[in-house]
Design a protein around this ligand. Structure first.
Ligand code: G3P
Length: 221
């Protein structure tokens, strides 16, 4: 199981890397554009936090397949182990095929359909990222798509991984994991929601109260 944070917020990664067993960090152009640093600085800063074992993802910007490949090579000059995110379009599929020949790992992104994502698997992408919440937000069923895509992958391309993305709720995340996704990327704010049930703090306060009432101190003694 691979758990990623979907962010360019270096401080958030630093905070959560000590708490959650993250495999690495995914970014996209919008996420990077929200920050103050350029993509190369963000990637270097992230690598420093997660270490060389940590896996980073960054996306190409061109709409031309040959330029996508050039951008991928440039990104990998900075982070040699980077997985290159490529939108699953006509141009993107061509780029994924070229990068696969070069033995450069790719993630097919901006996936809104099971067939579209499956094309990326056939082209050689290591990961496929369906956009769960964005599909839900346009009136679709993101989890249903993930289930279909995961079934297609299990049947026909088991070396590929569905790396589910775009979440607003913990329920969406859990449903993807229950559908069999072996990789997932979550915004830090959504990742934190799993630990924000006020009932937990209430339970701890009750333990503190009962213990102190009996023993007069808060620790084990
Ligand atoms: O990076 C792609 C995906 O994670 C986008 O998520 O939150 O912008 O819908 P979001």
């Amino acid at each position: 199981m691979e758990f990623y944070l979907d962010t360019a917020d270096v401080a958030a990664v630093e905070r959560l890397a000590g708490v959650l067993p993250i495999k690495g960090v995914t970014t996209n152009p919008s996420i990077v554009a929200r920050g103050k640093s350029d993509i190369y600085s963000v990637l270097r800063d992230m690598q420093a936090i997660i270490g060389t074992e940590g896996q980073l993802f960054a996306q190409v910007m061109s709409r031309d397949p040959d330029v996508m490949v050039e951008e991928a090579l440039k990104l990998r000059e900075v982070i040699p182990s980077l997985v290159v995110k490529v939108p699953v379009t006509h141009a993107g599929l061509s780029a994924i095929r070229q990068l696969t020949v070069l033995d450069i790992p790719t993630l097919g992104t901006a996936v809104y359909g099971a067939g579209q994502g499956f094309y990326a698997a056939l082209a050689g992408a290591r990961y496929i990222a369906p956009y769960v919440n964005r599909i839900d937000a346009q009136g679709g069923d993101g989890i249903a798509l993930v289930k279909e895509l995961q079934t297609l992958i299990n049947l026909h391309s088991p070396q590929t991984q569905v790396l589910a993305a775009s979440f607003r709720t913990p329920r969406q995340v859990l449903d993807c994991l229950l559908a069999g996704c072996r990789a997932i990327t979550v915004d830090p704010a959504v990742a934190e929601l799993f630990l924000q049930d006020p009932a937990v703090e209430d339970a701890l306060n009750r333990f503190d109260h009962d213990w102190q009432a009996r023993f007069g101190h808060a620790d084990l003694g």
